[in-house]
Design a binder for this molecule. Structure first.
Ligand code: HEM
Ligand code: SF4
Ligand code: SF4
Length: 526
């Protein structure tokens, strides 16, 4: 009788779970496919450290992260126990009296205690401490789930005190089983779907921070305009968000008091998707004003422990606005200058030439020069930046490194890319790629972090250049080496954080470290 009741209940709750999951799977399947599986080694490594070892969850909030890790590892450890008890309850096979199961059950007592401690900590934090990132209201759903998890652990520990077969033993078993079934049915409609989806999102997250594949104009791609344009990874991300608020508290725009809140962006995406508002314009889902407040720094997606990428939503939506002529007015002049003069200020190239002459720079010739120094717009036109470049030239000359610059150099297109004007970006990038192909440098050095990022992810993949160096990390390393002779060679933390598309590799030029763009067979990406 109780076996039949358990079968019926299991099937009912499974049906509730499956119906909700099916709705979400349909949303993902209906979205344009943006899943990518390149760089499998990097993805697998990240899966191990960020999912199994919980690095990113622990890194920013060590105590909360550790308590969560107890819950996560405990759940994983309990997998075999739950399966065995369910097989028994369904009358399929009774392994609960096997010697190995008794030993396993005993071994689960420390994890059960750790889960109990962890979940009580998370409950108190959520219900009473309530840090700003978690939101202003107490989430009833979080409280219920925390109480469920605590009940699961308490009922497990009680099995050591209650006799099997007695009424209290049976009640205890049923409470445990019913909590699992109810938990299962609640998961899909709550942020606890992250426990199923986050391993997938972490694995599918681009290995490159702020990855924005170029638009393919031949396929008439124009960016994201309505909810139905959101790609499959964006939909998966929206369903995975655990609402921890780490993106929010690390966002400089939110920190400066702007309306932009990256957590809100993800939750608004989820609301619009679940409400089936496929034709709704993204400018209405998020508000156009908010979309233009993002600095595209990437701190949000760098911090997100469950692999959510915010920039494809933010810049994708900007692209949609720009292609409809809805960019803010102040950008009109910038685009004009970029198109007509190749720099954001609209300055004449005679000014760059004056600097090239005054600094006694040679025009790059691969037969005479080892390194091509990319000046960037700031280097070409901005007096303060030029002071720092002059120091760089002094270092290179003192080290006897032959270097030259291009006779003509346009903006890499980074401002156009980040503000969503893909057309202008591609025009500039293609022009520069032509120049670089003609110059055929093997190594490039630049002081501008924007240029590093853009060149590393586009130009160097289409040209002969195999090494791209950031003078910022090179100078920092040289300084550190002077301060600590024999210090281990490694990239500066800042450089690693801000330039994740660039890996350090052993130098062949004394005192200049090289950075090699991640290997990729994909077309130019930025
Ligand atoms: C069996 C698997 C898991 C269980 C049972 C679980 C359970 C929980 C619970 C109960 C919370 C508290 C939610 C709240 O604030 O109300 C939580 C939060 C969270 N979970 Fe999980 N989780 C699991 C897997 C994962 C995985 C694999 C990751 C990451 C890859 C993850 C990342 C997080 C993060 C970042 C938070 C928010 C912590 C904060 O407030 O900063 N979880 N999880
Ligand atoms: S990329 Fe934009 S949304 Fe994300 S942290 Fe930076 S400013 Fe905030
Ligand atoms: S997007 Fe990521 S970091 Fe932000 S609230 Fe959601 S899970 Fe947390």
């Amino acid at each position: 009788m109780s076996t039949l009741a358990f079968w019926i209940l299991l099937l009912l709750f499974l049906a509730a779970f499956a119906a909700q999951v099916a709705q979400r799977v349909q949303l993902i399947a209906a979205a344009p496919d943006t899943f990518a599986l390149d760089s499998l080694g990097t993805r697998t490594g990240r899966f191990v450290v960020d999912v199994l070892l919980q690095r990113r969850t622990i890194r920013e909030r060590p105590l909360t992260g550790l308590m969560h890790a107890f819950v996560f590892w405990g759940f994983v450890a309990f997998g075999g126990y739950t399966l065995t008890e369910f097989l028994h309850g369904l009358g399929i096979v009774d392994l609960t009296h096997a010697g190995w199961f008794r030993a396993y059950r005993l071994a689960l007592t420390p994890p059960a205690t750790a889960v109990l401690v962890g979940i009580l900590y998370l409950l108190i934090r959520r219900a009473f401490v309530r840090p700003v990132g978690l939101g202003t209201t107490v989430s009833i759903e979080s409280i219920v789930i925390a109480l469920f998890i605590a009940t699961l652990m308490i009922t497990f520990l009680l099995t050591f005190r209650l006799e099997e077969g007695t009424t209290s033993g049976r009640v205890n078993w049923w409470v445990h089983a019913m909590v699992i079934l109810t938990f299962m049915a609640l998961i899909p409609a709550s942020k606890h779907l992250h426990l199923v989806l986050s391993p997938i999102t972490v694995f599918l997250k681009s290995p490159e921070l702020g990855n924005l594949p170029n638009l393919d104009f031949e396929k008439e791609q124009v960016g994201l305009e309505t909810v139905k344009d959101l790609g499959s990874k964006i939909v998966l991300d929206a369903l995975t968000c655990v609402e921890c608020g780490r993106c929010q508290v690390n966002c400089p725009a939110w920190g400066a008091g702007k309306e932009l809140n990256p957590k809100r962006i993800v939750l608004q995406t989820r609301e619009a998707l679940l409400a089936g508002e496929r034709e709704k314009k993204l400018g209405e889902v998020y508000s156009e004003k908010v979309l233009w407040q993002c600095t595209t720094c990437g701190a949000c997606e760098n911090q997100c422990p469950v692999g959510i990428e915010h920039l494809p939503i933010l810049i994708g939506s900007r692209r949609g606005l720009v292609s409809n002529g809805d960019a803010p007015e102040y950008l009109g002049a910038v685009y004009n200058h970029l198109e007509r003069r190749g720099n954001i200020w609209g300055l004449g190239y005679d000014q760059r030439q004056k600097f090239v002459d005054a600094a006694k720079l040679e025009i790059f010739d691969p037969s005479r020069h080892d390194v091509l120094v990319w000046l960037g717009c700031a280097g070409a036109f901005e007096a303060d930046f030029q002071k720092s470049l002059r120091s760089l030239f002094e270092i290179l000359r003192a080290r006897g490194v032959p270097f030259g610059v291009l006779s003509k150099e346009r903006c890499t297109g980074d401002p156009a890319k980040r503000t969503g004007n893909e057309y202008v970006y591609q025009e500039l990038a293609n022009g520069n790629i032509e120049e670089l192909r003609a110059a055929a440098p093997k190594k490039m050095l630049t002081s501008c972090p924007h240029c590093v990022k853009t060149i590393a992810s586009s130009a160097t993949r289409s040209t002969s250049c195999t090494r791209l160096c950031s003078s910022r990390s090179s100078r920092a390393k040289a300084a550190r080496r002077r301060a600590t002779p024999g210090a281990r060679r490694r990239a500066t933390p800042g450089a690693r954080r801000l330039q994740p598309s660039v890996k350090s590799s052993p130098s062949t030029i004394p005192a200049i470290s090289d950075a090699t763009p991640e290997e990729s067979t994909s077309p130019a990406r930025c």
